[in-house]
Design a protein around this ligand. Structure first.
Ligand code: GDP
Length: 296
C-alpha cells in the first residue's frame, strides 16, 4: 500500500547523489519524506514536525557508514530516534511493592478498558505469578460490573462481589480492604468510562485515586481512533497523574503512529498493547517493533 521509507529515501538520494557526510540540503529533502511517512502512519502533524526537527539536527553532518547508502543511514538515524522517543527499553509495571499494588485503569467507554483489565490480570497471574483481584467501579453502565465478573470467571481471576448501589470510591475502599485481608498481590480497578472526557468523569477518577493510592494509573486508548486518541490522552494526562498507556486494537490497520503521538503528548510510556479480541491478546510494548511498523 505504501512505499517503504527506505524506498522513498533511496529516490531522494539518487537525485542528490549524497556521499560522505550528510549535508543539510539532503537531510531536509529526506526529512520531508520522513514526515509524509509519519503522517501516513497516523502520527499527529505537530508531533511529526517536532520529531523530524530532532532527527534533522542529528542527521546533518552525520557520517555515512561505508556499508550503507545515505538513504539507509537516514533511515537508521530516524529509526534510532523513534525507538528512543517511544521509550527505549520496554517499560515495566511498578507492582513489586508492598501488596496490594493497585492498578487503576482509566479511559473512555469503548476503548477496551474492561477487556484490557481482564487481559492484564491474566498476564500478571501467568507471567508474574501474581494473585490478582479485579473490581469494577463502573456503576453508570448497568452491564459493566457483570461483564468484569464474567471475564473473571472465564480466566479464573477473582472479582470483588458487587454490592448494588455502592459508589465508586466506596467500592475502591472495599476492594482495597478485601485485597489486604485476602492476601492479593495486585488489585485492578476498572473505572467507569464515558463517551467524552468531562469534569464529572475527571472528578471521579481523582476521588478514586485518592481513595486507593494506585501504584499504576494506566490510560487505555484505542489506537484506531488516531487524533481523537491523542486528544483523549492529552485531556486525561492534564487531570490525572498517569503512569502509562495501554494502546488497544494494534491488531487493526493502524500503523502505530498513535504510539508516537501518545508518548509525545502524555510524556508517559506505553506499557502494553492490545492485539486482538481474545483474552490472551496483550503484549508488553516493544518500541523497536512499533518503530519498524511506523516506518514501514
Ligand atoms: P470498555 O468500554 O472500554 O470497557 O471496552 P471493552 O473492554 O468492553 O471493549 C470494547 C470492544 O473492544 C470489545 O468487543 C473488545 O473485545 C474489543 N477490544 C478490546 N481490546 C481490543 C484489541 O486490542 N483488539 C481488538 N481487535 N478488539 C479489542
Amino acid at each position: 500500500m505504501f512505499d517503504t521509507l527506505s524506498e522513498r529515501l533511496g529516490g531522494v538520494f539518487e537525485k542528490l547523489r549524497g556521499r560522505g557526510a550528510l549535508n543539510e540540503l539532503e537531510v531536509r529533502a529526506a526529512m520531508r519524506e520522513v514526515r509524509v511517512a509519519l503522517l501516513e502512519a497516523d502520527v499527529a502533524l505537530p508531533v511529526a514536525k517536532a520529531f523530524t526537527d530532532i532527527a534533522t539536527e542529528r542527521a546533518i553532518g552525520a557520517e555515512v557508514l561505508r556499508s550503507v547508502t545515505p538513504g539507509q543511514q537516514v533511515v537508521k538515524i530516524v529509526n534510532d530516534t523513534l525507538v528512543e522517543i517511544l521509550g527505549g527499553d520496554a517499560a515495566d509495571l511498578n507492582i513489586d511493592i508492598t501488596p496490594p499494588a493497585v492498578i487503576m485503569m482509566v479511559g473512555l467507554q469503548g476503548s477496551g478498558k474492561t477487556t484490557s483489565t481482564a487481559k492484564l490480570a491474566r498476564h500478571l497471574a501467568d507471567k508474574r505469578r501474581k494473585k490478582v483481584l479485579m473490581a469494577s467501579l463502573d456503576v453508570n453502565r448497568p452491564a459493566a460490573q457483570d461483564q468484569l465478573r464474567i471475564l473473571g470467571e472465564q480466566l479464573s481471576i477473582a472479582t470483588l462481589p458487587v454490592i448494588p448501589g455502592q459508589l465508586p470510591t466506596d467500592i475502591a475502599k472495599r476492594a482495597l480492604q478485601a485485597a489486604k485481608l485476602q492476601g492479593f498481590d495486585v488489585l485492578m480497578l476498572d473505572t467507569a468510562g464515558r463517551l467524552h472526557v468531562d469534569t464529572a468523569l475527571m472528578a471521579e477518577m481523582k476521588a478514586v485515586g485518592a481513595a486507593s493510592s494506585p501504584a499504576e494509573t494506566l490510560l487505555v486508548v484505542d489506537a484506531l481512533t488516531g487524533q481523537d486518541a491523542v486528544n483523549v490522552a492529552e485531556n486525561f494526562s492534564r487531570e490525572v497523574p498517569l503512569t502509562g498507556v495501554i494502546l488497544t486494537r494494534m491488531d487493526g490497520d493502524a500503523r502505530g503512529g498513535a504510539a508516537l503521538s501518545m508518548r509525545h503528548v502524555t510524556g508517559k510510556p506505553i506499557k502494553f498493547i492490545g492485539t486482538g479480541e481474545k483474552l490472551d491478546a496483550i503484549e508488553p510494548f516493544h518500541p523497536e517493533r512499533t518503530a519498524g511498523r511506523i516506518l514501514g
